[in-house]
Design a protein around this ligand. Structure first.
Ligand SMILES: NC(=O)c1ccc[n+]([C@@H]2O[C@H](COP(=O)([O-])OP(=O)(O)OC[C@H]3O[C@@H](n4cnc5c(N)ncnc54)[C@H](O)[C@@H]3O)[C@@H](O)[C@H]2O)c1
Length: 257
């Protein structure tokens, strides 16, 4: 049984990915939110599931190293990595501060770099697989995502680099671009729009979200966490043994890759 490390595993998408991976692998769930992480791990604990959890702030190198060591001590050596931890909120371009830019990049980009590098070092010369969660926001040029979009575009290029580094020894790296999923991230975004954009007055947060789905998604429906988890599980499996350096959009047709 392989050991998978999932970052952001207390979140909407991370918990679904951890649940899907736990069907086939031992899983270390990690997140910066200790309370929700413990709850999610307890919910996923079923007969036969090999799970452990540890708090990890992906933006801190020591914290990332410690998470890999916890996995090794409790489950075995990590060979699979799903980078799901991320932050993002709408801020108009003219109001974006350098501080928010740095905070977004610290989690989304530096965090992904640190975990990828740690896995590559530990797997030196041996196979493994990585999936980095990017976003359609990397390709839309949206005014309100001037930090988030570039931070995810950098994740895609980092994935290209890791795929080249790992290819000779069978270590694969791919990125997934999810579309629009109703998780905490979109709930907070919709609530922010409700408070700050008079165009949305009188709507509910969920109606605002569905408005974005209708205007952006050709297939006209939001994505589910399971849609993304299935793709991540496939890319981490041997069935995708010849796939590396790719970015797959799971978004109902928003971005044509
Ligand atoms: N929801 C969407 O529509 C959508 C679309 C495209 C991409 N994504 C990406 O999917 C990923 C998961 O997002 P989600 O929708 O589940 O949101 P979420 O807010 O539910 O989950 C994000 C998780 O990341 C964790 N996190 C934040 N900072 C961290 C840090 N420094 N170290 C470790 N963990 C940290 C949070 O505690 C949270 O549990 C993110 O990378 C996000 O950018 C989401």
């Amino acid at each position: 049984m392989s050991v998978a490390l999932v970052t952001g595993a207390a979140g909407g998408l991370g918990s679904a990915i951890a649940a899907r991976l736990a069907e086939d692998h031992a899983v270390l769930l990690t997140d910066v939110d200790a309370e929700r992480l413990a709850d999610v791990t307890a919910q996923l604990a079923t007969d036969g599931a090999r799970l452990a959890h540890t708090v990890c702030d992906v933006s801190e190198h020591a914290s990332v190293r410690a998470a890999f060591e916890t996995a090794e001590a409790q489950l075995g050596e990590v060979s699979l990595l799903a980078n799901v931890a991320g932050v993002g909120k709408f801020v108009p371009f003219g109001e974006l501060t350098a501080r928010q830019w740095d905070q977004t990049f610290a989690v989304n980009t530096r965090g992904t770099f640190l975990t990828c590098q740690e896995l590559c070092r530990r797997r030196a010369g041996r196979p493994g697989a990585i999936v980095n969660i990017a976003s359609i926001g990397a390709r839309l040029g949206m005014d309100v995502l001037a930090d988030y979009g570039p931070s995810k575009a950098a994740v895609i290029e980092l994935t290209h680099v890791v795929s080249r580094v790992g290819a000779p020894t069978g270590l694969r790296a791919n990125a997934v671009m999810p579309g629009l999923i109703w998780t905490d991230m979109w709930q907070k975004t919709s609530e922010w729009l409700l408070e700050n954009d008079p165009a949305h007055a009188g709507s509910s947060a969920e109606q605002i979200f569905m408005g974005f789905v209708e205007s952006l998604v050709p297939m006209g429906r939001p994505q589910t966490t399971e849609d993304i988890a299935d793709m991540v599980a496939f890319l981490l499996s041997d069935r995708a043994g010849n796939v590396t350096g790719q970015t797959i959009s799971v978004d109902g047709g928003v971005v044509l890759t």
